[in-house]
Write a protein that binds this ligand. Structure first.
Ligand code: GUE
Length: 297
């Protein structure tokens, strides 16, 4: 059996169409465009991949994009002052501070400054709490995109065995909560997990984001598993390449032969992240303007 390759780009294109309609309706109702502010400090490689395409997609959806690129040695108080300015700015509906921040900055303290109702990454303590408690939360984009893909493909996820590999605040933790809310039996695996192959072999759903290229081998996955690969790893350049290839956490070529479905990298879950970010921005904009939730997103 050869797996279905889940097309993240096509999924994102469908979502972006709906978002474009909601963004236009928002402008009609309020007389302004929904706005997304992105803050990038320093030069993390995964973040560079992200920023490249994000500004363009925001404008294409009929929203406004505000970009702040700060040097790696930006002092804490300067970054906090910027976040507070964006919190107070009525043209800004969503704020995204790219992670990880350079080591000299206190990441948790910066995150805690973001207005939870503009926190389109769902990383503030308030949104993390809302998610766990089953309240209306803004939720991290890649896990939300993964959940949308799974529900689109499978409908009901009740009772399925899901293994999440990685426990980051942007991916693993919210991913596990979302799967739990969909009634999966969730196992969280991470760098200290003993015998990862054995843990993975029982999984109907595998979701990975650990940042280790090809960590998960094909024969660790049961045939029939659905595999969502959130890894974004840049390999060293091969001779003749200028930049190394971007690859995931799963040994795709091995896995594709016997799982039921798998997302490629690139073109898989990463390709949905930006569309979900725009979705979160529009949701935040509607809620904060007192318009309620936009329907159908
Ligand atoms: N606060 C915060 N939130 C994030 O969501 C966040 C972050 N920080 N820091 C960096 C990582 C990385 N990330 C990506 C999102 C989309 C693509 C993406 O568009 N990928 C496409 C294109 C890849 C390419 O251009 O080769 C794909 O996978 O097909 C990549 C990477 C979000 N991140």
């Amino acid at each position: 059996m050869t797996a279905v390759q889940i097309d993240g780009k096509a999924f994102a294109a469908k979502l972006r169409e709906k978002i474009g309609e909601k963004a236009a309706a928002f402008t009609d109702k309020t007389g302004r465009k929904a706005g997304l502010a992105v803050v990038l400090v320093g030069e993390d490689p995964a973040s560079q991949v992200y920023v490249r395409s994000k500004g363009k997609a925001t404008v294409a959806a009929g929203m406004e994009s505000f970009e702040y690129r700060l040097p790696a040695d930006t002092p804490q108080d300067e970054l906090v002052a910027l976040v507070r300015k964006l919190n107070a700015d009525d043209a800004v509906d969503g704020i995204l501070v790219q992670l990880p921040l350079p080591k000299n900055l206190d990441e948790k303290a910066v995150i805690a400054e973001i207005d939870p109702d503009k926190d389109v990454d769902g990383i503030t303590p308030t949104n993390a709490g809302r998610l766990v408690l089953g309240m209306d939360a803004l939720v991290s984009c890649t896990p939300l995109g993964c959940t949308m893909i799974l529900k689109d493909m499978l409908g009901d996820l009740s009772g399925m065995d899901a293994v999440v590999v990685g426990r980051s605040i942007l991916f693993g933790k919210p991913m596990a909560q979302l799967l739990l809310a969909e009634n999966c039996t969730v196992t969280m695996a991470h760098s200290r997990t003993r015998n990862l192959p054995e843990v993975l072999r029982r999984a109907d759903i595998v979701v990975a984001a650990v940042g280790v290229p090809f960590l998960i081998k094909g024969d660790w996955l049961k045939s029939g598993a659905i595999v969502l690969d959130g890894g974004i790893n840049r390999l060293d350049p091969e001779p003749g390449e200028e930049k190394g290839r971007i690859v995931g956490d799963v040994a795709f070529d091995e896995a594709v032969g016997h799982v039921r479905a798998i997302t490629p990298v690139p073109g898989g879950v990463g390709a949905t992240t930006i569309a979900v970010l725009l979705r979160n921005t529009i949701v935040a904009a509607y809620r904060n303007a007192g318009l309620g939730d936009p329907e159908g997103l």
